[in-house]
Design a protein around this ligand. Structure first.
Ligand SMILES: [Zn+2]
Length: 130
């Protein structure tokens, strides 16, 4: 269905790190830091909202294993876990980015410009929608 499905089915080569019944993990070809890994479910959905719980659990557990490996390999004191979902999901296939954070590595968020309210009103409207 997509490039990530091809990786999941081993129809395309990648630098694979690990595999479970429901996930495959491999090196990102455009890493934020050395060791940057993508964990993808063996299921083509573009959002965590459509991912069955057992897949969410597997991906989360794989991310913890990889983070422990970063501690050993890079002596990383921190890590990043990121996901863009829905319309912002690359290839329309849900995935986790997991990468080691190193001292003074320069990685940072880039925020859109403009005013953004942070208030009780904002908290209340999100809480009300839960
Ligand atoms: Zn796919």
């Amino acid at each position: 269905m997509c490039l990530f499905c091809d990786f999941a089915n081993h129809e395309k080569q990648a630098l694979f790190i690990s595999e479970t019944e429901r996930t495959v993990s491999f090196l990102d070809i455009n890493p934020a830091n050395e060791g940057h890994v993508l964990i993808i479910p063996k299921l083509h959905v573009d959002s965590i909202l459509d991912l069955p719980n057992e897949y969410v659990i597997d991906i989360t557990e794989e991310s913890r294993k990889i983070i422990r490996a970063f501690e050993k390999v890079y002596n990383a004191k921190g890590y990043g876990v990121m996901q863009n979902g829905g319309a912002n999901c690359e290839f329309g296939h849900f995935h986790f980015h997991v990468f080691p954070r190193l001292e003074n590595d320069g990685f940072d968020w880039i925020y859109p410009k403009g005013e953004k309210e942070v208030s009780e009103k904002v908290a209340e409207k999100i809480k009300a929608a839960l």
